[in-house]
Write a new protein. Structure first.
Lengths: 299, 246
């Protein structure tokens, strides 16, 4: 087989399936990061440029909870997810919202500014050194037949699934969830019903950051932490959001898995560095044929 | 009708605007409006496009902050109060263009109408609203954005009713409705009023509004140019001159 003049290696079906399955695991984390991004976009109508930096910050939090207090990275979720929510709430309500005076183009710049501050602070305080958590079970796992899935991979998939489900129930069943959906489409109508729009914005931002914090917990057992790790993930998450359709929940999930699988198969066939471009290729193809993304509303 | 109208004049003032000024940034829109709504009244605010009617409503509802003057509700100064607190007091606006939640079902739209009231009397109030608007009941699970214009207006009013208002502000409720529906809308407003709800009716539909209103104000370029009992205004030559350009 040839692709762009490169002779592709031929693999047996178990290798391909194994690669695809590990793409599913990776994709579930992408989905989680993208879910926060797409939620914030859907309600505040801005791209949160600080998303990656916040992911990095949350990963450091998980790392230090482990290295200082010996807290298991998964258990750390109980701390970093609420912590992430309150941090995100405060960040939106008292920094981003206050500094931007409701003007979208300024919000964008403020989130960019926040991300630069966080990344440089991380570089200053934590240095560029990669840090990894070692959990005793990180190489154990179960046999899926075609491939072997380690516990961190299974936790990523299971954790993402549960968090998405919880978020869906929250958005469709609670008053606050409904208010978020209302504010997303009709700010002034919501305000006239007595919904505090600034509060809802901040709650939304908080949930977005909480998703990122959950993703951080799920990532740390398999990914080393360094100040640049956020940019790597957020670029992919942004691709997922556009691919799935801006603001679409289902789109973030399907997009996450699609990108995860594509990336792993790309790696398998084209190697570590070239494999990643398959994401961009898929991205451009989708935008050519479906500019609103896979699940985006046609406007 | 006569004695009733006279007795209403003696009711306590519910809402009082004193020299209310408002605008957008540098642009002044309201140049000192004085207006009173008494408990149990229907008060109409008439005026052509751009007169500042919606600006007045949104300054009342806390969407924008007035730049001068005072808003008093039952004696309490509520000038510049946040929207949540305004709704808590029982002042609810059905905005121009309805502003329903198009991506949500009719049930969810109604539920959010009682966002500030909580779940306590929610089911009860939904029952009351669908008794007034049976058409909403038939489409309970349907997305609000798929409703017809008339149905959306009913939903917008129903949603506002869910917050158990005492003063209902209606911004051009007849806009875009067929003549038959306009008729229906005005008699609905009348029957809501008969149940004790005070109504501030912002309209361009002059004659029909005056027929159901107790009193009316006519606004031009951000100032009240004419006011009085609706029955008197119907025959007022000044109204015809200033508003209808006759
Ligand atoms: N959000 C806004 N920002 C800036 N200017 C506004 C805004 N809303 C209204 N205006 C301006 O304020 C003036 C009064 O508008 P307003 O909407 O209050 O008039 P109106 O009486 O409600 O008119 P209509 O009958 O057409 O609804 C207009 O000149 C309008 O252009
Ligand atoms: Mg108007």
């Amino acid at each position: 087989m040839e692709f762009l003049g490169i002779t592709l290696p031929s693999y047996g079906w178990p290798t391909i399936a194994g690669s695809a399955i590990s793409g599913v695991f990776l994709g579930s984390i992408y989905a989680l990061v993208a879910l926060g991004l797409t939620l914030i976009y859907g309600v505040l109508h801005i791209i949160n440029f600080a998303h990656g930096a916040l992911l990095m910050l949350a990963m450091y939090a998980v790392y230090f909870l482990w290295s200082t207090f010996g807290i298991d990275p998964y258990l750390a979720m109980l701390i970093v997810v609420p912590g992430g929510f309150f941090f995100g709430y405060g960040l939106q309500r008292f920094v981003i919202g206050k500094a931007s005076h409701g003007r979208d183009e300024i919000i964008l710049l403020v989130t960019l500014g926040v991300s630069i501050v966080i990344e440089n602070a991380a570089l200053f305080f934590f240095s560029a050194t990669e840090r990894s958590v070692r959990v005793p079970y990180d190489l154990d796992g179960i046999d899926l037949g075609v491939t072997w899935a380690v516990y961190p991979e299974l936790a990523a998939l299971g954790g993402s699934f549960l968090i998405t489900l919880a978020l869906w129930v929250f958005m469709s069943r609670t008053d606050t969830g409904k208010a978020i959906r209302a504010v997303a489409k009709e700010r002034q109508g919501a305000q006239l019903m007595g919904i505090n729009v600034e509060h809802i914005f901040a709650v939304t931002f908080g949930i977005g950051v909480a998703c990122v914090a959950a993703a951080a917990s799920l990532l740390v057992p398999t990914y080393a932490v360094h100040p640049q790790i956020g940019s790597l993930f957020v670029l992919i998450a942004f691709t997922v959001v556009v691919l799935g359709g801006m603001g679409s929940f289902v789109g973030a999930l399907v997009g996450g898995f699609l990108i995860g699988i594509t990336e792993q198969l790309g790696r398998l066939y084209l190697g570590e560095s070239l494999g990643v471009i398959t994401i961009s290729v898929i991205f451009i193809l989708v935008l050519l044929f479906r500019p609103t993304g896979l699940f985006g509303a046609k406007s | 009708m006569g004695p009733l109208r006279v007795s209403r004049k003696w009711r306590a003032a519910m809402l009082k605007l004193k020299n209310l000024q408002a605008g957008y940034g540098q642009m002044k829109v309201l140049h000192g409006v004085d207006l009173t709504i008494s408990d149990g009244e229907i008060v109409a605010l008439l005026g052509s496009n751009g007169a500042g009617k919606s600006t007045l409503n949104n300054n009342l509802s806390g969407v924008y902050k007035p730049t001068g003057g005072q808003i008093l509700f039952e004696g309490q100064d509520i000038t510049g109060m946040r929207s949540e607190s305004v709704v808590d007091l029982g002042i609810v606006q059905v905005p121009e263009g309805r502003r329903i939640f198009p991506n949500m079902s009719i049930r969810e739209n109604l539920e959010l109408g009682s966002y500030r009231r909580g779940k306590e009397r929610r089911t009860e109030n939904i029952d009351k609203v669908v008794a007034i608007f049976p058409r909403l009941k038939e489409r309970f699970g349907q997305l609000a954005g798929t409703l017809s214009g008339g149905e959306q207006q009913m939903l917008a009013i129903g949603r506002a009713m869910m917050s158990e208002p005492r003063l209902l502000i209606l911004d051009e409720p007849s806009l875009g409705l067929s003549p038959l529906l306009v008729e229906e809308m005005f008699s609905l407003i009348q029957s809501l009023n008969k149940e004790g709800l005070s109504i501030f009716l912002v309209e361009q539909n002059v004659m029909q509004s005056l027929e159901i209103a107790d009193r009316a104000y006519v606004m031009e370029n951000g100032s009240v140019v004419l006011s009085g009992a609706a029955a008197d205004l119907i025959d007022d030559p000044d109204l015809k001159k200033s508003y209808l350009g006759l």
